[in-house]
Design a protein around this ligand. Structure first.
Ligand code: ATP
Ligand code: MG
Length: 285
């Protein structure tokens, strides 16, 4: 039977989370021995493990039908593949940083400077858009030490907490792009592969929706019920059931993580009691 082939990072920052996502989507992969290729149970899926740099090209060529990579690799490799889903993990940004003793007046300051980076394509495009010409030094790693050894005046690299920059005496001066893990897909999938991808994306979206939402139960005084319901609209509308205690109702609904604390505070002001918040395992939307 035909299978969908997915490329994921062999070992690195994306590997574990990519496999965990598939697992939550009900697809377990037996990869005890860290093979190059493994076959999933319970879904027609084959996994190939690659360096993240190689994933966009493999997907463009159709060796893998889809892949999970950082948006930064997707942008840098500029391969002819489609970005079909953002996954929300491995978030980072790509920024220009300079020695902290240097002043910075704006991107014009980079004109004629030497910038060390592993992402020349993204940087070149950004500088071009701002009419800046710089001298790029392409390094595959340890970019952050380039200024201190006199190799460059600035760097362009991945930043997440910023602690690597600080420990190398650098400061972030320009954020060029934000990145998160994404699913990319080959542009010429056959109907069957496209169907499998649609099924897989449906599962992945259900997992993500669940982790972005909570199930909430609370007791509401009937005289404030309408206002309380306005605060928690729910998927369709909340479930309301009378309590044995006269004058009170039990309200059940779904709340998104983003608005969570603001809504909880508002509910307490409105006299809601016994608020319970429960994780949702899957959410079919
Ligand atoms: P490979 O050996 O596969 O080429 P790599 O060294 O290029 O691996 P990793 O360091 O494992 O890559 O990072 C993989 C991806 O994770 C990056 O492309 C980026 O999207 C994301 N990432 C990198 N650093 C961080 C970070 N500090 N925090 C969050 N995400 C990050
Ligand atoms: Mg890499």
């Amino acid at each position: 039977m035909e299978k969908l082939r997915i490329a994921i990072q062999k070992s690195g920052r994306l590997s574990e989370k990519s496999l965990a996502l598939l697992k939550e989507a009900g697809i377990s992969i037996n990869n005890g021995s860290r093979k190059l290729l493994s076959v999933a149970q319970s879904f027609p899926l084959e996994v190939i493990y690659l360096r993240d740099d190689d994933i966009p090209q493999y997907v463009e060529d159709g060796v893998a039908h889809i892949g999970i990579v950082g948006e930064n690799e997707f942008a840098e490799k500029a391969c002819a593949v489609d970005l079909v889903e953002r996954l929300g993990f491995s978030r980072c940004r790509l920024s220009i940083a300079i020695p902290k003793s240097e002043s910075y007046g704006g991107i014009e300051d980079m004109d004629g400077k030497r910038i060390a980076t592993s992402y020349p394509v993204i940087l070149e495009k950004y500088l071009g858009e701002h009419g800046i010409k710089a001298d790029l030094h392409v390094l595959s790693g340890s970019v952050e030490i380039a200024p201190s050894i006199g190799l460059a005046d600035a760097i362009f690299d991945i930043v997440s907490s910023g602690s690597t920059l600080i420990s190398n005496g650098l400061r972030e001066v320009e954020t060029v792009m934000h990145s998160e893990a994404v699913v990319i897909a080959n542009r010429n999938l056959k109907e069957l592969e496209q169907g499998l991808l649609t099924d897989l994306l449906f599962r992945i979206r259900s997992v993500m929706a669940a982790s972005n939402n909570k199930y909430i139960l609370l007791n509401a005084p009937n005289d404030r019920l309408k206002e309380i319901i306005d605060v928690i609209p729910g998927m369709k509308s909340p479930t309301v059931m009378p309590l044995a205690d006269e004058g009170w109702s039990s309200v059940h609904s779904v709340l998104s993580e983003k608005e969570f604390w603001a809504v909880i505070d508002r509910l307490r002001e409105l006299g809601a009691q016994g608020i319970l918040v429960i994780p949702i395992e899957k959410m079919i939307i």
